[in-house]
Each structure stands twice: as structure tokens, then as C-alpha cells.
Write a protein that binds this ligand. Structure first.
Ligand code: HEC
Ligand code: HEC
Ligand code: HEC
Ligand code: HEC
Ligand code: HEC
Ligand code: HEC
Ligand code: HEC
Ligand code: HEC
Ligand code: HEC
Ligand code: HEC
Length: 296
């Protein structure tokens, strides 16, 4: 009975809808018609940021905001059946993305979306965003799927994520990026400088004497970004072993073709404890403004 009344109202509103953008032909009915049956939910929604679409004359969806996401609602309104309307919570990821991206695809922070692994992995916008609520789902959303990564942050040496100093999206763009592993650059979009430099600006340079792997392999050649058992989040327990993977004649896993870096001079007697802590002398290991051997 409730629906009958609503339908009568709905039908009259649909008939009265203004002729623009060929709405009727496409089966669009306008927001007022939706509110006849979805009053509470619709009213709440109009107070969110997307609600602004309803009154915005510039976007082409004035008075039709519900259907900007849900698609044309004529058939659904007539039948009051779920199967005639797009519900993002049930639709395949591709369809959801397509719906949201009609407006968001030209946003610079979404440049990597199409090729990103969330897209490829069927993780859609609504896995992370809840548009009928003012705030997006909290970033702790990441941990619901990436439990293994969260566990890595519990290692002895890691960014203190649990205290909130650093979060996943400080380093990753959840929408994908043009860098490997969805990493952010220093600008919010498009550049190749590691996003680490947003916070560790002292490692940026340009240095008069650069340490080659800083630029070529990046921070990850020496550090484990998600946390490590080793001090300073280094890849190796002893600094010595880290350096010698590149600075020796010995073939090592990362050094299959022989020497990568230069070989330390004969004065370096590795049997002497003093020489085993390389960074006690090579203190400016990320690059130096004055010394080609990074001694100061
Ligand atoms: C005549 C009443 C009526 C009108 C008008 C109406 N709806 Fe609905 N709508 C319903 C009913 C009833 C359901 C629940 C159907 C079910 O659960 O089977 C529903 C469900 C939905 C759902 C969820 C579908 C799902 O898969 O769970 C969405 C989204 C929706 N409506 C959007 C809209 C939009 C947008 C409009 C305006 C274009 C609109 N509705 C107009 C009655 C209406
Ligand atoms: C910005 C896109 C967008 C707009 C605009 C929008 N919706 Fe939705 N709606 C969604 C998404 C996404 C869902 C899936 C559930 C969720 O993520 O909250 C949804 C779910 C729904 C549902 C199903 C709710 C449920 O609990 O099953 C209804 C009903 C609905 N919307 C009605 C409306 C009405 C009415 C309007 C206009 C006042 C509207 N929507 C405008 C994106 C939108
Ligand atoms: C009709 C165009 C349109 C569609 C379709 C659309 N959006 Fe939006 N979206 C907007 C506008 C406009 C804003 C507000 C931008 C602003 O306030 O600067 C916005 C803002 C957002 C924001 C940012 C909110 C904030 O607090 O910063 C998120 C997240 C978002 N949209 C997600 C989605 C998702 C998910 C979908 C698909 C379910 C979607 N949008 C579909 C136009 C759209
Ligand atoms: C894996 C989770 C995830 C997915 C999937 C996702 N988002 Fe987001 N989105 C976020 C997070 C987290 C933020 C906040 C980013 C920040 O603080 O820098 C955000 C921010 C946004 C914003 C605000 C402006 C910006 O770009 O930073 C918009 C708009 C937005 N998302 C739209 C979308 C749309 C549209 C989709 C689907 C095509 C989508 N998002 C998919 C997690 C996600
Ligand atoms: C609904 C589950 C889900 C949620 C929520 C989620 N992810 Fe993912 N994520 C995935 C899947 C699935 C993949 C693809 C896995 C694969 O390819 O092995 C992935 C891949 C990734 C990758 C790898 C990117 C690459 O190109 O290698 C990163 C980085 C990532 N997610 C970060 C995040 C961040 C940050 C958040 C929170 C804002 C988040 N994820 C939330 C499921 C999720
Ligand atoms: C959002 C800011 C931020 C970003 C981005 C960031 N860091 Fe950090 N980093 C910190 C802070 C703050 C500390 C101090 C420890 C703490 O409070 O978590 C730190 C500490 C460190 C340490 C020293 C740990 C120790 O045990 O002394 C290393 C190494 C490090 N970061 C490497 C990186 C690398 C590599 C990246 C990029 C993959 C990166 N950081 C990105 C903020 C950041
Ligand atoms: C300090 C910066 C930083 C933070 C914070 C960070 N990541 Fe990463 N993440 C990276 C870097 C750098 C890589 C690439 C590592 C590589 O290539 O060896 C990566 C790789 C990944 C990958 C793909 C490879 C893998 O290890 O599975 C996923 C998925 C991922 N991160 C998810 C997350 C999630 C989820 C969070 C939050 C819980 C997070 N990351 C927090 C820097 C970070
Ligand atoms: C060639 C190996 C190597 C590379 C590449 C590298 N680091 Fe380091 N990093 C180290 C070593 C070794 C230490 C420990 C120095 C010590 O114990 O005195 C360190 C220490 C740090 C520390 C903590 C102490 C300090 O100096 O602040 C931070 C933060 C850091 N690195 C960030 C980065 C960032 C960000 C990048 C990429 C831009 C990077 N590192 C690239 C080897 C490297
Ligand atoms: C990923 C490989 C890699 C790692 C790890 C690495 N280096 Fe290097 N290092 C290089 C390369 C390549 C050069 C440039 C060599 C050249 O120009 O012939 C270089 C240059 C140097 C130089 C300048 C001398 C010269 O010949 O230009 C010193 C000193 C040095 N590294 C010390 C260290 C120390 C100490 C560590 C450990 C904390 C370390 N490196 C870790 C690859 C590495
Ligand atoms: C006691 C201080 C000290 C320690 C510890 C030390 N070095 Fe050096 N290193 C130097 C000095 C000084 C030079 C400058 C060249 C010289 O006079 O031997 C140098 C030069 C180098 C060079 C450049 C060689 C060239 O051809 O220019 C490399 C590579 C190097 N060291 C690697 C290492 C590695 C790897 C370790 C750790 C196993 C290490 N150093 C530990 C003092 C030290």
C-alpha cells in the first residue's frame, strides 16, 4: 500500500520532470522522485559533499544527483525492485569504478587507477569509501585486507604506525600510481622522487657526491620500509654485510655480475673490529656535500 501511494506520487513527478539532457528518454526521473520512497536516506545524503551535485548548475546533474551514481531510475521506481537499479555494494568492481570515475577520472590523484593492482584485484571504490556517510571509511581499512603488511610494522625497528606517526597512505596512493607498488612521489602526483623524502628531506640532495644506489635502486636497496629486525630498518643485521654486497669482488645474490660499487682500499682490514662498522667513518652514507668517500 505504501508503495502504491509512493508510486502515484512518483509517476506524477516523473511526468513533471524538466526536459533536459533527454532525461526521460534515458529513463531518468530526478531526485525528488527517489525521495518519495527513500526519504530519510536521501535527505541525509544531500548533506554530504556529494549532495552539492544536486544544486550545482555546472555539472549537468542539477535535481538529478541520485542518478549521477545510481543510473536512470525510471524502471526501478515503477517496479520498486532492486534489480533495476545499480547498487554499488553488490555490483562487480569494474562497474562501480566506471560509475564513480565518470566524475573522478581526471583527478590527478587517480592517474594510476586503471593499471593499479587494486583495480586488477577487484577492489573497488566502495571497499574503501562510504559515500552515504560524510567521512570515508578510516584508513585502517587497509589492515582488513593487508594483515601481513601490518604485522611487519610490529617488528622491532619500524615506523611507529600504531602511534599514528606514519600511515599507509603517506607512502602509497591507494588509487594506484605510475610508480611500482603504488608508491607516491614527493609531489602528490606524477614524479619519480621517492615519497620518503616528504618526511626525510635531509636525504634529498642534490649532493655534490651522490651515493649511486640512492638514485638508482632507491631507499629500498638498503632499508625495509615496512619494518625490520635490524637497527635503522636496514636489510642486513650488520652494516658491513649490506655494504659488501655491492663493494666487493665476491658475487652475491644482488651482485651476480661481479663488482657493482668500488672495492674498499687495502687499508680496510676487515679482520680489525674498527673496520667492520663502515658507517662509523662513512657517516654521510646518503651523500655528501664535501667528501667523495662520504666521510663527512
Ligand atoms: C516507488 C518507490 C521507490 C522509488 C520511487 C525509488 N525506489 Fe529505490 N527502492 C525501493 C524499494 C522498495 C527498494 C528495496 C527493494 C528490495 O530490497 O528488494 C529500493 C531499493 C533501492 C536501492 C538498493 C538496491 C539493492 O540492490 O539493494 C537503491 C540503490 C535505490 N533503491 C535507489 C533509488 C534511486 C536512486 C531512486 C530514484 C531514481 C529510487 N531508488 C526510487 C523503492 C523505490
Ligand atoms: C556519489 C554517488 C552516489 C550518489 C550521488 C547517491 N548514491 Fe546511493 N549509493 C551509493 C553507493 C556507493 C551505495 C552502496 C552502499 C554504500 O557504499 O554506502 C549506495 C547505496 C544506496 C542505497 C542502498 C542502501 C542500502 O543500505 O542498501 C540506496 C537506497 C541509495 N543509495 C539511495 C540514494 C538516493 C536516494 C540518492 C540521492 C538522494 C543517492 N543514493 C545518491 C552511491 C551514491
Ligand atoms: C556526478 C559526479 C560525481 C560522481 C558520479 C561521483 N562523485 Fe565523488 N565527488 C564529486 C564531487 C563534486 C565531490 C566534491 C568535491 C569537492 O568538494 O571539492 C566529490 C568528492 C568525493 C570524495 C571526497 C570527499 C572528501 O571528503 O574529500 C570521495 C572520496 C568521492 N567523491 C568518492 C566517490 C565515489 C566512491 C563515487 C562512486 C560511488 C563517486 N565519488 C562518484 C562528484 C562525483
Ligand atoms: C584501497 C582503498 C581505496 C580505494 C579502492 C579507493 N580509494 Fe579513494 N581514497 C582512499 C583513501 C585512504 C583516501 C585518502 C587519501 C589521503 O589521505 O591522501 C582516498 C581519497 C579519495 C578522494 C579525495 C581526493 C584524493 O584523490 O585524494 C577521492 C575523490 C577518492 N578517494 C575517490 C575514489 C574513487 C572514485 C575510487 C574508485 C575509482 C576510489 N577512491 C578508490 C582509499 C581508497
Ligand atoms: C578489500 C581488500 C583491500 C583493501 C581494503 C585494501 N587493499 Fe590493497 N590490495 C588488495 C588486493 C587484492 C591487492 C592486489 C594483490 C596482489 O596483486 O597481490 C592489493 C594491492 C595493494 C598494493 C600493491 C600495489 C602494487 O602495485 O604492487 C598496495 C601498495 C596496497 N594494496 C595498498 C593498500 C592501501 C594503502 C590500502 C588502504 C588505503 C589498501 N591497500 C586497502 C586488497 C585490498
Ligand atoms: C609521513 C612521514 C614519513 C615518511 C613518508 C617516511 N618516513 Fe621514515 N620516519 C618518519 C619518522 C617520524 C621517523 C622516526 C620514527 C617514528 O617516529 O616512526 C622515521 C624513521 C625512519 C628511519 C629510522 C628508523 C630507526 O630505527 O632509526 C628510517 C631508516 C626511515 N624512516 C626510512 C624511511 C623510508 C625508506 C621511507 C620511504 C619508503 C620513509 N622513511 C618514509 C617519517 C616518515
Ligand atoms: C614508509 C613508507 C611505507 C609505508 C608507511 C607503507 N609502505 Fe607499503 N611499501 C613501501 C615501499 C617502499 C614498497 C616497495 C617495497 C619493495 O619494492 O621492496 C611497499 C610495498 C607494499 C606492497 C607490495 C609488496 C608487498 O610487500 O606485499 C603492499 C601490498 C604494501 N606496501 C602495502 C602497505 C600497507 C597496507 C601499508 C599500511 C599498513 C603500507 N604498505 C605502509 C613503503 C611503505
Ligand atoms: C646505500 C644504502 C642506503 C640507501 C640507498 C639509503 N640508506 Fe638510509 N641508511 C643507510 C645506513 C647504513 C644507515 C645507518 C647509518 C648509521 O647507522 O649511522 C641509514 C640510516 C637512515 C636513517 C636514520 C638515520 C638518519 O640518518 O637519519 C634514515 C631516516 C634513512 N636512512 C632514510 C633513508 C631514505 C629516505 C633513503 C632513500 C631516499 C635512504 N635512507 C637510502 C643506508 C642507506
Ligand atoms: C646497492 C649497492 C650498494 C650498496 C648496498 C652500497 N653501495 Fe656504496 N656505492 C655503490 C655504487 C654503485 C657506488 C659508485 C661506485 C663508482 O662510482 O664506481 C658507490 C660508491 C660508494 C663510495 C664512494 C667511493 C667511490 O668509489 O665512488 C663509498 C665510500 C661507498 N659507496 C661506501 C658504501 C658503504 C660504507 C656502504 C654500506 C653502508 C655502501 N657503500 C653500500 C653501491 C652500493
Ligand atoms: C676507520 C674508518 C673507516 C672505516 C670503518 C671504513 N672505511 Fe672505507 N674508507 C675510509 C677512508 C679514510 C677512505 C678513503 C680512501 C682511503 O684512504 O683508503 C675509504 C674509502 C672507501 C671506499 C672507496 C674506495 C675508492 O676506491 O675510492 C669504499 C668503497 C669504502 N671505503 C668502503 C668501506 C666499507 C664497505 C667499509 C666497511 C666494511 C668501510 N669502508 C669502513 C675509512 C674507513
Amino acid at each position: 500500500m505504501r508503495y502504491l501511494v509512493a508510486f502515484a506520487l512518483f509517476a506524477s513527478l516523473a511526468a513533471a520532470a524538466p526536459k533536459k539532457k533527454n532525461w526521460e528518454a534515458g529513463g531518468y526521473v530526478g531526485t525528488e522522485a527517489c525521495l518519495a520512497c527513500h526519504e530519510d536516506m536521501g535527505k541525509a545524503f544531500l548533506k554530504t559533499r556529494h549532495g552539492g551535485i544536486e544544486k550545482d548548475t555546472g555539472r549537468g546533474w542539477k535535481d538529478y544527483s541520485c542518478e549521477s551514481c545510481h543510473g536512470p531510475g525510471l524502471k526501478h521506481g515503477e517496479a520498486a525492485e532492486a534489480k533495476f537499479i545499480l547498487n554499488h555494494a553488490k555490483a562487480p568492481a569494474k562497474e562501480v569504478d566506471a560509475s564513480c570515475l565518470t566524475c573522478h577520472k581526471n583527478q590527478a590523484t587517480h592517474a594510476g587507477r586503471i593499471h593499479g593492482s587494486h583495480s586488477a584485484g577487484q577492489v573497488s571504490c566502495v571497499n574503501c569509501h562510504s559515500v552515504h556517510h560524510e567521512k570515508p571509511k578510516p584508513a585502517s581499512t587497509c589492515s582488513s585486507c593487508h594483515t601481513d603488511v601490518v604485522a611487519q610494522f610490529l617488528r622491532p625497528h619500524a615506523h611507529r604506525m600504531t602511534q599514528g606517526t606514519v600511515g599507509c597512505v603517506d607512502c602509497h596512493n591507494p588509487h594506484g600510481s605510475l610508480q611500482a607498488a603504488g608508491l607516491r612521489g614527493t609531489a602528490r602526483t606524477r614524479n619519480n622522487e621517492p615519497g620518503c623524502l616528504n618526511c626525510h628531506a635531509d636525504k634529498r640532495g642534490p649532493f655534490a657526491f651522490e651515493h649511486a644506489p640512492m638514485r638508482l635502486e632507491g631507499c629500498g636497496s638498503c632499508h625495509e620500509p615496512h619494518g625490520s629486525a635490524n637497527p635503522r630498518m636496514l636489510n642486513r643485521a650488520e652494516v658491513l654485510n649490506l655494504c659488501l654486497e655491492c663493494h666487493s669482488n665476491l658475487p652475491a645474490p644482488s651482485n651476480r655480475t661481479g663488482t657493482l660499487g668500488s672495492v674498499a682500499t687495502g687499508a680496510h682490514d676487515l679482520r680489525l673490529p674498527i673496520y667492520r662498522n663502515c658507517t662509523s667513518c662513512h657517516t654521510k652514507i646518503h651523500g655528501s656535500h664535501v667528501n667523495r668517500d662520504f666521510l663527512r
